[in-house]
Design a protein around this ligand. Structure first.
Ligand code: KG4
Ligand code: ZN
Length: 345
């Protein structure tokens, strides 16, 4: 599948390492993008009481967990942990929490030195874009991808693996962040997305009139006005049932995502639509994207839950591409907490 082999090293498996937020993950992917192992440990239980990820706690959790997670990933892939047969190591080097990124990056460098294999720093968002490759046979490019998570909301045109153009992104909150903030306002747990999604299916989407922000003809999103509108509406109507608030909010948020996606599909000729990121687990969004794809006569690629959320298999996949297309990273590579997808080359 990857035709250009610019890096002339050992050909084969790539170990992926992901520590950009609250998941400590390691995985082994082979050169045909088969996932040989994928281990994910989350520190989310430590963050729940705070209503969001606490960077210092996340960093400490990575330090205590990373060695055993990598060991398990190698064992499950059937590789010798003392000298695994690897083409390289791929590690998320940004964007994310700097203290968390540094744990994965330092570990990857140490292993690269000890095992004498190349390593590549990978952009976490580019990792999400590679997730469909690990699950869908016969993926055809160009692909239009809606990448929506707790930290990002982007519409990306992928012309080929690794060749992407960011068409639009959020100008304020990310979609998942809006879910989490509204959930917090409603007194629901963290993360709020799954709970709002569940409650929304019991409520009426027309109960509250909430704005669908479109901010012009471009592909950018805005969710902070919607969040404020939920607060105002529930203050005005204190008796409104929580499932009705959840359904109204979910409708307005997904409507904005889907309208922008529709505009992008009208403008660009693609062969498929894909979803990525934690919010890709949302039931209404999945139905909406499936319908849109059918309407435009293109394939839809909806990742499984394990591939929507953060994992290291997608990092290994992106790393395999980067190692071959761009070559290994230098050992003095630093973490880039604000690394934009548009700046990936
Ligand atoms: O990609 P992810 O695991 O982590 C990053 O943000 O990188 O995404 C987590 C986000 C959280 O904001 C969570 O509330 C949201 O994804 N989420 C959902 C659903 N499941 C998770 N949002 C809406 N509906 C869901 N079913
Ligand atoms: Zn992510």
């Amino acid at each position: 599948m990857l035709k250009t082999v610019l890096y002339a090293g050992r050909v084969g498996n790539v170990l992926g390492i992901e520590t950009s937020c609250d998941e400590t993950a390691a995985a082994v992917v082979d050169e045909s993008f088969h996932v040989l192992s994928s281990v994910v440990e989350s520190s989310i239980d430590q963050h729940r009481a705070f209503g969001g990820v606490v960077p210092e706690l996340a960093g400490r959790a990575h330090v205590t967990t990373i060695a055993s997670v990598i060991r398990r990933a190698l064992d499950e892939a059937g590789l010798d942990p003392r000298a695994p047969d690897l083409e390289g190591i791929a590690v998320t080097s940004g964007p994310g929490l700097v203290g968390s990124l540094l744990v994965g990056l330092s570990t990857a460098k140490a292993l690269a030195l000890v095992w004498d294999v190349p390593f590549a720093g990978v952009n976490h968002l580019e990792g999400h874009l590679f997730a469909p490759l690990l699950e869908s046979n016969g993926l055809e490019w160009p692909l239009m991808t809606l990448l929506v998570s707790g930290g990002h909301s982007l519409i990306v045109l992928q012309r080929a693996p690794g060749e992407h153009e960011v068409l639009g992104e959020t100008i304020d909150d990310a979609a998942g962040e809006a879910y989490d903030k509204v959930a917090r306002w409603l007194g629901l747990g963290y993360p709020g997305g799954p709970e709002i999604d569940r409650l929304a299916n019991e409520g009426s989407p027309g109960a509250l009139k909430l704005p669908v922000s479109m901010i012009g003809e471009d592909f950018d999103f805005s969710f902070s006005g919607l969040k404020t509108a939920v607060v105002r509406a529930t203050e005005r109507h204190p008796d409104v049932a929580i499932p009705d608030v959840a359904a109204s909010f979910q409708f307005a948020l997904c409507e904005q995502l889907l309208r922008k996606l529709r505009q992008a599909l009208e403008r660009y000729d693609v062969n498929g639509v894909s979803l990525a990121g934690g919010v890709a687990a949302n039931s209404a969004l999945r139905v909406g994207v499936t319908q849109l794809a059918r309407e435009f006569g293109v394939a839809s690629h909806l990742p499984t839950m394990a591939m929507c959320t953060d994992n290291a298999a997608m990092i290994a996949a992106a790393g395999l591409y980067r190692l071959r297309a761009s070559g290994p990273s230098e050992l003095n590579l630093s973490a880039r907490p604000n690394w934009q997808l548009a700046d990936v080359t």
